[in-house]
Every structure is written in C-alpha cells, then in structure tokens.
Design a binder for this molecule. Structure first.
Ligand code: ACO
Length: 325
C-alpha cells in the first residue's frame, strides 16, 4: 500500500502585544521617522502586527502553537517522532530551536532540527517531513514555523520595519493510507542574496556587519509574483491537477498586492485567497501555518478541501505544496 502523509491538526500562537499601524507610526514619529496607517495599508494591506516581549524567544511561541496543533490532532507530544522548526530567528546560534521546543514539550529521543529557508521555511519543512514520512523514517511529525522577526528589524528604516511581525504556526503531519500531500515543488537561487538579507555574522564572540534586515522591496516584489506562479503551476502539474481544483490558496503573507497578483495569475477568484497579513504582518516562516490555522478555526478550510500553500523569501527561496486537507 502506498504511504502518504496527511495533516491531522493545526495550531498557532500570536504574542499578546498587538501594535496597530497608527501606534507604530506614533512610535516612529517620536524618532523623526515619518509613516502612516494610510501608506502601510495601501502599499501592503497590513493593519497590525504582534510583537513578542524581549524575554520571549521563538521556542516560546512555537510551544504554544505546537500544543494547539497536538490538541487538534488528538495526539500527545510523546507520540511525535520528528520535530522540524522552520525559523530564521532561532533562540540561539545553537542548539536548534527544535531541540529547545522538544524539551519544552517534555519529550526526548525523536530527531529534532531547524530548517532555514526564511519565508519559504514552512513549505520546505513540510516537504522534508512529507518525504521522511513517505520513506518510513517518521510517522507522526510536528512541523512548526516560528519567528521573532521584531528582533532583526531596523526601527530606523521605515521601508522594512512596518512590514514584519512575530508569531508561530504548527501542524501535525501523520502517515496515512490516503493523501494528504499531493505534490510539492521547491527552488532556490542564491544570486539574489543581496536583495533580502541580514548581513551580520557572529565572529570571535562579536557581531560583525549589520545584524538587521535589509531589503530591496521592489526587487523582491518583482521576483515574488513570478516565482509563486511558476511554483504553483509546477506543483499542480506534478499532482495532475489544475487551478480549478484549488479550494484555497494560502500564500506566504508578505504583502496583499503580491498575494492578489499571484491569485490573479492563477485565475483564482479573490474569495479563494486566505488573507491574514492585515492582522499578522509578515511573520516569515510562521505566516503560512498561522494563516492555515486561522482558516481552519474560522471554518473556511474544511476536511477534504484542496489547498495550495506557497512560500517565497530570502535566498532567494520559493516553493509550493498542494494537499488535500
Ligand atoms: N511610510 C511612508 N513612506 C514610505 C514608507 C513608509 N513605511 N516606506 C517607504 N516609503 C516611501 C519611499 O521612501 C518612497 O518615497 P519617495 O517616492 O519619496 O522616494 C515611496 O514611499 C515609495 O517607495 P517604494 O519603495 O517605491 O514603495 P513600493 O510601492 O515599492 O512599496 C514595499 C514598498 C511595500 C516594500 C513593496 O516594494 C513591497 O511590498 N515589496 C515586497 C517586499 C516584501 O514583501 N518583502 C517581505 C519579505 S520577502 C517576502 O516575504 C516575499
């Protein structure tokens, strides 16, 4: 019998501190940096984001999301035999946030590792977990996207600091006789490193270079819409499906205009697009599982729906996963 993988539970968590555009604009204004709710909403669709308190780490957000996903799946943490955390803002350089999460969940023994593909991290992690389940290396995986992007934002740069937020999302992915994950398609092109990066490194115990996020927004925008369409089409072709089979498009939540542009290229009506960027901002690797969980809990996404998840981010990395929920 063919072995597939299937999502059996979703969960998410946002830190309680919600910062509206107006509040952020007022804070930036005190430092002489001008922005406005109107500008942010018109260019990005973002109205608010959540920021973690300084003492809260990625694994703290991840553990809440993971517990919610386990509860939804009806599983105990002790039943999980693989933990992957997609993040670019880990608690420490090492060990991985996945091992810290494992300990916070009160379990030990199963493999646990972080996966770093920036905003594509969750689709990469889901694809790796799917492959490990199909190969028999795992049977019940916890796949998490978790970030504290507020830590790497330059709050003197209005072109980037208004875009991002903190949060975590998680799924339990289990071996199944029926699919599940239908197909995926992952890519990277390292020649675009410069357009979106955090160019600092730790060397000799000190940070060298700039440890804050730098982005050429227009270059990212142009690349993102094209590669998201390509990845979606390649994934549909692998699964022998067409755009008409997609019930919900759940893209990385970076900018409403990128998301609407992608839906338009795929000829999908806007009411098939799951949008949480307005309330979450861009939470990088956490954005897709956060949006998925919001859509599941609000009753939009139902059992049996066909979902297209799509990510794109620094590297450049991009990819898509098509699945029956
Ligand atoms: N408030 C007010 N004005 C601003 C702000 C701000 N926060 N930021 C920039 N501006 C100004 C600029 O200085 C510029 O002023 P000028 O015309 O006097 O020079 C003007 O607004 C227009 O700037 P642009 O950069 O041309 O604005 P654009 O329409 O391209 O929007 C944005 C910028 C929102 C960053 C857009 O390029 C974008 O969304 N790019 C995609 C980037 C993205 O989503 N990255 C997320 C990470 S990667 C990923 O997840 C895919």
């Amino acid at each position: 019998m063919t072995r597939y993988s299937r999502i059996t539970g979703t969960g998410s968590y946002l830190p309680p501190k919600r910062v509206t555009n107006a509040q952020l604009a007022a804070q930036l204004g005190e430092r002489g940096i001008e922005t406005s709710d109107d500008w942010i909403v018109e260019r990005t669709g973002i109205r608010a984001r959540h920021f973690a308190e300084p003492e809260v780490a990625t694994s703290d957000l991840a553990v809440h999301a993971a517990r919610n996903a386990l509860e939804a799946a009806g599983r105990q943490a002790s039943e999980i035999d693989l933990i992957i955390v997609a993040t670019s803002t880990p608690d420490m350089v090492f060990p991985s946030s996945a091992t810290i999460l494992q300990n916070k969940l009160g379990v030990a023994g199963c493999p646990a590792f972080d996966l770093q593909a920036v905003c594509s991290g969750f689709v990469y992690a889901l694809t790796v977990a799917d492959s490990m389940i199909k190969s028999g290396a795992a049977s019940k995986a916890l796949v998490v996207g978790a970030e504290v992007f507020s830590r790497i934002l330059d709050f003197t740069d209005r072109t980037t600091c208004v875009l991002f937020g903190d949060g975590a999302g998680a799924v339990v992915l289990e071996a199944s006789d029926t699919p599940g994950i239908l197909a995926s398609d992952l890519h990277a092109d390292g020649k675009h490193v410069e357009i979106l990066c955090v160019p600092g490194t730790v060397f000799g115990g000190k940070v060298h270079g700039n440890p804050l996020l730098r982005m050429d927004g227009q270059a990212v925008f142009k690349l993102a819409v094209g590669v998201l369409e390509e990845a979606a089409r390649a994934t549909l072709a692998k699964a022998g499906k067409t755009e008409a089979d997609i019930d919900w498009l759940i893209p990385h939540q970076a900018n409403i205009r990128i998301m609407q542009g992608t839906a338009k290229k795929l000829k999908l009506p806007m009411d098939k697009l799951v949008v949480t960027v307005d309330e979450h901002g861009n939470t990088s690797a956490a954005s897709i599982p956060l949006a998925l969980d919001a859509a599941v809990r609000s009753g939009k996404v139902r059992k049996g729906d066909t979902l297209m998840l799509e990510g794109v981010g620094g590297g450049f990395t991009w990819g898509a996963v098509l699945l029956d929920f």
